[in-house]
Design a protein. Structure first.
Length: 258
């Protein structure tokens, strides 16, 4: 489990739009790019008209081949300029005014470089609002321009998320469950309320061995989901564990008041 940020995908090769983006500057760049694209397309239309006229005159033996060749070259140059203007506009992403109405958003997830080897690359992640128990949504991995934070030692992973109901907005923090390589998704489980952690990070539960008798047993948690923990070792099927009052038993065992 980790956290992520909702960002808006830009065009191919463009940087995603996030809460740190200067939207006023971006809007000005988009307006300028829109104007350049309109100008390039107008020039392309004129160049196409000139080429058609030159070709018609040649067909009717009323024009020169040289004029047609020059019109052909001008048409090619105008098309290249229009394509470049369109590509530059796509790099700037969707219009600032439409950022809150995107049908699909991306989730940027910073991951420590040392943890990458432990993740299942290319697998979907589960996303939910941070601090809420809402339904989790599956988000598929996407290729994005490489980004990282050298100071924090993290690299960014990106996942595409369906947002047709507009439940998420740019800059929103979310909870993300990333699939671990070799991680377990099923097996013996206990309620998370039964688990205690010691000062060294060890995980324990109190198992009932007989009437009014409880024994603390070491466990190892493989994963947690929906208020339950999947265990990789520590208990046998059918073992009764304390789910309410485990902290009180812990305090009684070590003489700590609760």
């Amino acid at each position: 489990m980790t956290s992520g940020e909702i960002v808006i995908p830009a065009g191919v090769g463009g940087a995603p739009i996030n809460s740190a983006s200067n939207l006023q500057q971006l809007a000005a760049q988009q307006v300028a790019a829109d104007g350049e694209l309109a100008r390039a397309r107008a020039q392309l239309a004129l160049a196409r008209v000139a080429y058609d006229r030159a070709s018609t005159l040649v067909d009717e033996e009323a024009g020169s081949i040289r004029a047609r060749d020059e019109a052909t070259a001008a048409l090619g140059a105008a098309k290249a300029a229009a394509d470049a203007a369109a590509a530059q506009r796509r790099l700037l992403g969707p219009a600032v005014a439409s950022l809150g109405t995107q049908r699909h958003v991306w989730v940027r997830v910073p991951v420590f470089g040392s943890d990458l080897a432990g993740l299942q690359q290319g697998q979907s992640a589960l996303v939910s609002p941070l601090g809420q128990e809402g339904a989790k949504r599956s988000a598929r991995p996407v290729d994005a321009p490489p980004s990282a934070n050298a100071v924090a030692g993290t690299v960014d992973l990106y996942f595409a998320l369906d947002n047709r109901d507009r439940a998420y907005r740019v800059g929103q923090r979310v909870s993300v469950a990333l699939p671990l390589a070799g991680g377990r998704s099923e097996g013996l489980s206990v309620p998370t309320s039964a688990i205690l952690s010691d000062i060294y990070g060890g995980e324990w539960v109190y198992a009932k061995t007989e009437a009014d008798t409880y024994v603390r047993q070491r466990i190892e948690v493989a994963a947690t989901e929906g208020g339950r923990a999947i265990l990789s070792r520590g208990l046998r099927p059918g073992t009764l564990v304390v789910t309410a009052g485990a902290a009180e038993l812990f305090g009684t065992e070590f003489g700590v008041a609760h």
